[in-house]
Write a protein that binds this ligand. Structure first.
Ligand SMILES: [Zn+2]
Length: 91
C-alpha cells in the first residue's frame, strides 16, 4: 500500500510479453486504450532490464500490433495481440 504508487494512476494496465529474435524477452505495459505506457527488454541470461521503445498500431481495433525496437540487437519486432486476451488490473 504505497501511497505514491496509488496516486500514480487510477489507470488500469495490462502487461504483454513476447520474445525478440535475439531471444531477449520483450514486455510492455498497455493502458486501457492499448497505448504503450512503458516497454522493456531483458536479455536471455536474465540480465538487467533495458528500456525499449515501443508503440501500438491500430490500438482501437480488436486485433492490434505492438512494435518494439529491441535495445539489445536493434531489430524491430512487430507482434499481434488480441484485445480480448488482455487482462487489465488496477495499478
Ligand atoms: Zn533483440
Amino acid at each position: 500500500m504505497d501511497e505514491a504508487e496509488k496516486r500514480d494512476e487510477s489507470v488500469n494496465k495490462a502487461t504483454i510479453h513476447t520474445a525478440c529474435e535475439c531471444q531477449s524477452k520483450l514486455g510492455a505495459d498497455l493502458d486501457e486504450r492499448r497505448h504503450v505506457i512503458r516497454a522493456w527488454a531483458r536479455d536471455r541470461h536474465g540480465g538487467k532490464e533495458l528500456v525499449a521503445p515501443a508503440h501500438s498500431i491500430g490500438a482501437d481495433k480488436p486485433h492490434f500490433e505492438v512494435a518494439w525496437s529491441c535495445p539489445i540487437c536493434t531489430r524491430n519486432q512487430l507482434r499481434s495481440f488480441s484485445a480480448d486476451a488482455l487482462s487489465f488490473s488496477a495499478s
